[in-house]
Design a protein around this ligand. Structure first.
Ligand code: SF4
Length: 406
């Protein structure tokens, strides 16, 4: 079955959009969604002229999903009921992280805490340690807070509505919609980056992100099947991940191949439209790696703020105008310490809002040197058990490498 591309303006007099192939592209061009178009009028314009095409999309999508769905550790097999705990755990882990990176963490968490009540009765330190390496650590703290809330306030049962889910720590509008649709089959469409891409291409949404989000959400909702809402959402996620990829989408394999405005225009890769990215200002600082035999000096970061509660080696503030001499003055003071050696090179790391450059100093402490207040010695052999963020792993690896110092 083939479909004419969607148009949003009335067809020219004497031209039937559904059976004349020639002018379709031209109509698609005129039919792109523009900044001035409200979501309501865009939807109205979409659905009126070609209602049969619009109403067929959810069915096409589910038919594709039934043949090509990805097997994921947290996903229920066909005919099985979804486990809200698995769905929630995977959705929190997948925020700003890839499926590939999440897989091993998901399995580890599930093996250690098979039920939400087990996670809710764990200690936050254990959860942070298990999370270490997955990044965006505020998610781990919220994950734990949510498990505690579900355990203590909801008897270990997740609320089954978007509203109820949104009241829990760390669950925003997207995650609430995803859990409601996938775990409880609520009629709602969560819109993640993959779905944004598919929808913005299918309808050729000209408006830039993030302003286009409300329009994309409403257009995405037109792809929901009357039943199987969770499968509709997962189908769009899979389509975005495996077919409608950012570069070189495999349009020939797509269920919307004859119905996609961007494809008709040959402009698939230009969607979604985005405002140019502003990169944050580079910040600089110093990290101080002190060893005492086979031990390393560490401290915990404050609970609130960037990398809250995570383990780090002592360091200076991270500032845009930092200079090396000022940073070095913030070195920890210990009795019986050797001279500070500066490792050649710098450690770089990119956070969401800014890039960071750290110079690394090393020193050795005597066997009886006590840790300064708020710091502690940990065996280097057990560092893997510490909640070390990636930036600190890089710093320690650089410090302990055999590279030259000055
Ligand atoms: S036809 Fe191509 S661009 Fe359009 S939704 Fe499918 S994969 Fe994406």
């Amino acid at each position: 079955m083939r479909f004419a591309p969607i148009h949003v303006l009335p067809a020219k007099k004497g031209v039937d959009a559904r059976d004349k192939r020639g002018p379709d592209v031209e109509r698609s061009v005129s039919g792109r969604y523009t900044d001035g178009m409200s979501p309501k009028s865009a939807l109205k314009a979409t659905s009126e002229p070609v209602l049969s095409v619009v109403s067929a999309r959810p069915t096409l999508l589910l038919a594709w999903y039934d043949r090509h769905r990805r097997k994921l550790p947290w996903r229920a097999a066909p005919g099985e009921t979804s486990d809200p705990y698995r769905v929630w755990l995977s959705e929190i882990m997948l925020q700003q992280t890839t499926v590939k990176a999440v897989g091993p963490y998901f399995e580890k968490f599930l093996a250690r805490w098979p039920e939400v009540t087990a996670l809710g009765n764990a200690s936050q330190d254990d959860v942070l340690r298990m999370w270490a390496g997955l990044g965006y650590y505020s998610r781990a703290r919220n994950l734990y807070a949510c498990a505690v809330a579900v355990t203590r306030e909801h008897g270990g049962v997740f609320p089954d509505t978007e509203e109820g889910l949104r009241a829990l720590p760390g669950i925003g509008p997207y995650t609430a919609a995803a859990i409601a649709a996938i775990a409880f089959d609520r009629h709602t469409m969560p819109v993640d980056g993959n779905i944004e891409r598919v929808v913005s291409r299918l309808f050729a949404v000209e408006q830039e992100l993030p302003q286009a989000k409300p329009l994309i959400r409403q257009l995405a909702a037109t792809l929901l099947a009357n039943s199987r809402a969770g499968d509709s959402a997962q189908a769009l996620m899979d389509l975005g991940a495996s077919i409608c990829t950012p570069k070189k989408p495999a349009c020939a394999l797509c269920p919307f191949t004859d119905d996609c405005t961007a494809r008709a225009l040959g402009t698939q890769e230009t969607f979604p439209r985005k405002a140019p990215k502003k990169s944050g200002t580079l910040r600089r600082g110093a990290a101080f790696v002190v060893t005492r035999g086979d031990e390393l000096l560490v401290r915990s970061r404050p609970e609130k703020g960037l990398l809250g509660g995570m383990t780090e080696v002592p360091g200076s503030e991270w500032r845009a105008e930092q200079d090396d001499a000022a940073a070095k003055q913030q070195a920890p003071e210990l009795k019986g310490l050797s001279r500070w050696q500066r490792k050649l090179g710098v450690v770089t790391h990119v956070f969401t809002h800014f890039p960071l450059e750290l110079v690394v100093y090393t020193a050795k402490a005597g066997a009886r040197t006590r840790a300064p207040k708020g710091m502690r010695w940990v065996p280097i052999a057990t560092l893997a058990d510490e909640a070390l963020p990636n930036v600190m792993r890089k710093v320690i690896a650089h410090a302990l490498s055999s590279g030259r110092s000055s």
